[in-house]
Design a protein. Structure first.
Length: 451
């Protein structure tokens, strides 16, 4: 074997090893001051994680409204004022259309929060919304943001609205590093009309003093619903229609930094989805335990690992050098498949995991068939080996095309277990063809000596 071919084989093996290390171990990257795995997490279905069953009902709470003698709403009770209790949800807002819009806002927020597996149902007569979503460390936070109306406003000190969320164009998260840590920001951008209003506000609400030097500065409150994000005045004019709010700052704690990033991201999602036209409250918040517990996977995982090890040892013993190369390529196939599952956001259920296992078995069968063709071929040349691969691949494609078509059909089924199985099989079969064409074929052909 020539030196050039040896180098190519070594490089290809190193690439496979690198892909495997990335897939099985992750990519640890220093983000600002902290190290984090930048690979997407596996998305697990509710049958593996358990689920949270939530019931949101239309709030029947009331609020005190203070009127002066002329019928105007005021902030504080005084002489001639009247206090009335009025429902948070006016009667005219309790319509089927608003209930449908609320349901859609729930769905939009769940999608933007990357909730992988959920159901949302609406009782059209009462407006009650039923949500079931996977149980994980973010479930409580997701629940909190589902119930928030998400109404953005900038108000003066008397509660008068100066700028509303109807002029909001976009909200996003940003960060910056400084010597004293990492800062997380919420960037809020307004439309053309909102930009002009914001410009007027920043020119009006500035630091001022009276003739005696007494501070007479008036602040504005930037709010989401009834929560004040910041009370401030402005040092300079903002003419670009963008305001930057500091969410938090961390120095050494990666967990603290990540919590600020999640908080800012969730606020951005809240602002980037429509305001709930109806105020909801949680009546039921119930955890549904998965029928499958982590311990129940230990024995099957050990069995699968042992079988895989035996299968690879068999390849090496029976087919010698080509067996070793095909074993290395096989490990690379599994690594590539798992990476694709991560990056393509395939939701893994028990059926999805079964689909992955079936795809791995199909790839092993293809490898065995290829090895037998090469071993039983009298002529041991590069051309003969290449022909063996073509024969094996064409036969595999002919057999797998019906399976691939079926998998594509299953990907459009709305029932998650079937969808998960279809997605796993689709990517598994597609990668069998492409991966073996690029890696397995190249490895074995490069290592074949012309005789």
């Amino acid at each position: 074997m020539k030196t050039e071919r040896k180098l190519k084989v070594a490089l290809l093996i190193l690439i496979i090893i690198l892909i495997s290390l990335v897939s099985f171990g992750g990519i640890l990257v220093k983000k600002t001051k902290f190290v984090d795995n930048i690979l997407p997490e596996y998305l697990l279905g509710m049958d593996l994680t358990g689920s949270r069953a939530l019931k949101f009902i239309v709030s029947k709470d009331t609020k005190d409204i203070i009127y002066d003698k002329d019928g105007n709403i005021v902030d504080e009770a005084g002489e001639g004022t009247t206090t009335k209790k009025e429902p948070i949800n006016p009667e005219e807002s309790l319509t089927k259309e608003n209930y449908e819009n609320s349901k859609q806002t729930f769905i939009d927020r769940l999608d933007k929060m990357s909730v992988s597996d959920y159901t949302v149902r609406l009782n059209e007569s009462t407006g009650d919304i039923f949500v079931q979503l996977p149980e994980n460390s973010n479930t409580d936070t997701i629940t909190q943001y589902l119930t928030s109306r998400g109404y953005f406003s900038i108000q003066d000190e008397d509660g008068n609205e100066l700028l509303s969320g109807e002029h909001l164009k976009n909200a996003q998260v940003a960060s910056s590093s400084a010597t004293n840590g990492v800062y997380i920001y919420l960037i809020i951008e307004f439309d053309e009309e909102g930009t002009q209003i914001l410009k007027d506000i920043t020119n009006t609400y500035v630091e001022t003093e009276d003739e005696d030097g007494k501070d007479t500065t008036k602040n504005v409150d930037i709010k989401i619903d009834d929560t004040t994000l910041i009370s401030t005045h402005f040092d300079e004019e903002i003419s670009n229609g963008t305001i930057q709010l500091t969410v938090g700052q961390a120095t050494t704690s990666a967990s603290t930094l990540n919590s600020y990033i999640r908080e800012a991201s969730n606020m951005a999602i809240l602002l980037n989805t429509k305001t709930l036209p109806v105020t909801y409250e949680i009546e039921e918040n119930r955890y549904i335990k998965s029928d499958l517990v982590l311990e129940s996977f230990y024995i099957p995982m050990i069995v699968v690992a042992v079988i895989a090890l035996i299968a690879l040892v068999y390849l090496i013993i029976r087919y010698k050098k080509n067996g070793l190369l095909s074993a290395i390529a096989f490990i690379g196939y599994v690594a590539v498949l798992l990476l694709v599952v991560r990056f393509c956001n395939v939701v893994l259920t028990v059926e999805g995991i079964t689909g992955i296992i079936i795809a791995v078995i199909l790839n092993y069968i293809f490898t065995i068939y290829l090895m037998n063709l090469i071993k039983n071929r009298d002529e041991k040349t590069i051309e003969a080996t290449s022909n063996c691969f073509k024969e094996a691949l064409l036969k595999a494609i002919f057999i797998l095309i019906p399976v691939l078509i079926t998998s594509v059909i299953l990907c459009f089924v709305s029932w998650l277990p079937i969808y998960s199985f279809g997605m796993a099989m689709f990517w598994g079969i597609l990668i069998i063809v492409l991966y073996n064409l690029i890696f397995t074929r190249t490895l074995i052909v490069l290592c074949t000596k012309n005789k």
